[in-house]
Ligand binder design. Structure first.
Ligand code: ATP
Ligand code: MG
Length: 199
């Protein structure tokens, strides 16, 4: 199964991706976690992207694409993935589609986790993960989300494999809501996908 998870900072992408990964036995690939690891380990990529991540700005598309290509292709061959935090822009979605197309794979569902801004800010301030969780940077990340990622939701809006789920409920409730939507979607899909979805 190949899933995309789209949501604002603090929407719970990481939590839901973990649950989906365990449920369907697929890899959890988080662009944010991978980028933060590079910054922490001070790799050459890490040094190039640190200022973007700290400021709450998006890392340039090409750098994110290069970082993700290998793990995504490997996971795709090994049974699937849930991509958490990518694509985040229309350009990234188009570029990813090109790559996937060349490999003969396509994404099966995109899940949009919806949480209102006030709740996002409350959650982000409460967790304070690091340098990009200060009040100013949080406000900026929400702006970036509106400007750069909301257009992606519009771009995907009329795809039958894209749906929104209320992300304000408990993690388990959100998870069950996602799974039940996936099962409905799977009814339109091939047997293999249906089996994966009900496994
Ligand atoms: P969560 O829902 O897990 O709280 P988040 O939005 O707070 O998610 P991450 O997804 O972990 O945070 O992203 C953190 C930072 O990493 C972003 O602010 C951005 O700088 C960078 N980043 C992550 N994914 C991408 C991407 N697809 N393109 C560009 N930059 C990215
Ligand atoms: Mg995350």
């Amino acid at each position: 199964m190949r899933l995309l998870l789209i949501g604002a900072p603090g929407a719970g992408k990481g939590t839901q991706a973990e649950k989906l990964s365990a449920r369907f036995n697929i890899a959890h690939i988080s662009s944010g976690d991978l980028l933060r690891e590079h910054v922490r380990d001070q790799t050459s990529l890490g040094q190039r992207i640190k200022s973007y991540v700290d400021a709450g700005d998006l890392v340039p598309d090409a750098l994110v694409m290069d970082m993700l290509r290998k793990p995504v292709v490997a996971a795709s061959e090994a049974g699937g993935y849930v991509l958490d935090g990518f694509p985040r822009t229309v350009d990234q979605a188009k570029a990813a589609f090109e790559v996937a197309n060349r490999l003969g794979v396509e994404v099966q569902a995109a899940v949009h986790l919806y949480v209102p801004d006030r709740e996002l800010i409350r959650r982000l301030l409460a967790r304070s993960r690091g340098s990009d969780d200060t009040e100013d940077v949080i406000a900026h990340r929400l702006e970036v989300y509106q400007q750069m990622t909301m257009p992606l939701l519009e771009y995907y809006a009329n795809r039958e494999w894209m749906f929104s789920v209320d992300g304000t409920r408990t993690p388990d409730e959100v998870h069950e809501a996602i799974v039940s939507r996936l099962e409905k979607l799977a009814a339109f899909d091939t047997t293999e996908e249906r089996d994966a979805a009900s496994a």
